[in-house]
Design a protein around this ligand. Structure first.
Ligand SMILES: [Zn+2]
Length: 352
């Protein structure tokens, strides 16, 4: 018969040798199974073998085997956590890792919104035209029924150039355009009616930077001229636009207003999306149920005279909106400046 105490020592030695050869987690798992498995494990087998030992010896031998089992468990745990913690030395390059894909980005939300607006009007047959940001007084003011000294010029705090420069349109520019209406004039000067266009682009005013104003902003103006163009056409066009951009449930309201280049003129409001137009406890619409979105009106006969259109024959409508303002309304953003701070965390929130 074998000596159980010697068997225990032999197994301890055998384990130490096998452990020394085992490297890597799979090998360590194999050693653990071989020694500690409840069924077929070497330690279990040793315990079972004690049944053959003399009864007075068994408790002591049992303690020895359990101590060995504990020892093997502790040693294996230590080796396993060592293996898991193993890392390549600092500065080493693991060439087997997948590459890092750089972010591809997307266009600015204001650009996306401008394109969306252009698409809506294009589908209604509008031409999209662009023009110079440096403009002359005639196209920015005078041809739009705002002669020098006209008080309405005060409505648009203008940034004037120190000296005239030759603009892209070929004229002597004296200011940064305050609206894109100059493009309406330029188009009518060179094209007979009918006209159906929108003119998107940057405009400049001497406004201080605050929650809702920036010295530079983006505008979209529209102009339709032809035979029998009426206020109903203006209303239908804007109604279609608002519902396309904001959703079918939006209402539109016209409020009388004043612009020198349109008569009659109207501010256009849309029903508030935050409160469904009820105004109840709504900070978005200041409890009115309505949000101001753009200005519009029927083209003033003096504008037609300036471009050589017959005001007795032709009628037309015009409208203008700030894309930033539309963005504030569409997305419920409260601070216009966020659109110009180029913080990715903000800019990435606006899929269209
Ligand atoms: Zn509201």
């Amino acid at each position: 018969m074998t000596d159980p105490a010697r068997d225990i020592d032999a197994l301890r030695t055998q384990f130490a040798e096998e452990l020394a050869r085992a490297s890597g987690e799979p090998a360590l798992r194999a050693v653990r199974d071989r020694y500690l498995a409840r069924k077929g494990g070497l330690v279990s087998a040793l315990l079972r073998g004690l049944g053959a030992a003399p009864a007075e010896e068994r408790p002591r031998l049992g303690q020895l085997v359990n101590a060995l089992k504990q020892e093997i468990e502790t040693t294996l745990d230590a080796r396993a956590s060592e293996a898991a913690g193993a890392r390549p030395p600092t500065g080493a390059v693991d060439v087997t890792l997948p590459g890092r894909v750089p972010g591809t980005g997307h266009r600015h939300p204001l650009t996306l919104l401008r394109e969306r607006i252009e698409m809506i009007f294009s589908r209604m047959g509008f031409l999209v035209i662009e023009g110079p940001e440096l403009e002359d007084d005639y196209h920015n003011f005078e041809a739009l029924n705002m002669p020098p000294e006209h008080p309405a010029r005060d409505m648009q705090d203008t940034l004037y150039l120190a000296a005239p420069v030759r603009s892209l349109a070929g004229s002597a520019a004296t200011l940064l355009r305050t609206h894109t209406s100059g493009m309406q004039i330029r188009h009518m000067e060179t094209h007979p009616p009918p006209v159906r266009l929108i003119a998107p682009g940057r405009v400049y005013r001497r406004d201080n930077l605050d929650l809702t104003h920036t010295p530079m902003f983006t505008q979209v103006e529209g102009l339709v001229v032809g035979d029998h163009v009426t206020l109903a056409d203006l209303k239908g066009t804007l109604f279609t636009f608002v519902r396309e951009l904001f959703g079918e449930d939006r209402q539109v309201r016209f409020r009388p207003s004043f612009f020198p280049y349109t008569e009659p003129s109207a501010e256009v409001d849309i029903s508030c999306g935050a409160c469904g137009g009820t105004g109840i406890d709504c900070s978005m619409c200041k409890r009115t149920g309505w949000l101001e979105i753009l200005g519009s009106g029927m083209v003033h006969p003096a504008v037609f005279e300036a471009v050589g259109y017959d005001p007795e024959r032709y009628t037309g409508f015009a409208f203008g909106m700030g894309i930033e303002r539309v963005a504030l309304l569409k997305w419920g953003v409260e601070d216009i400046r966020l659109f110009y701070e180029n913080d990715f965390r903000f800019l990435e929130q606006f899929p269209l």
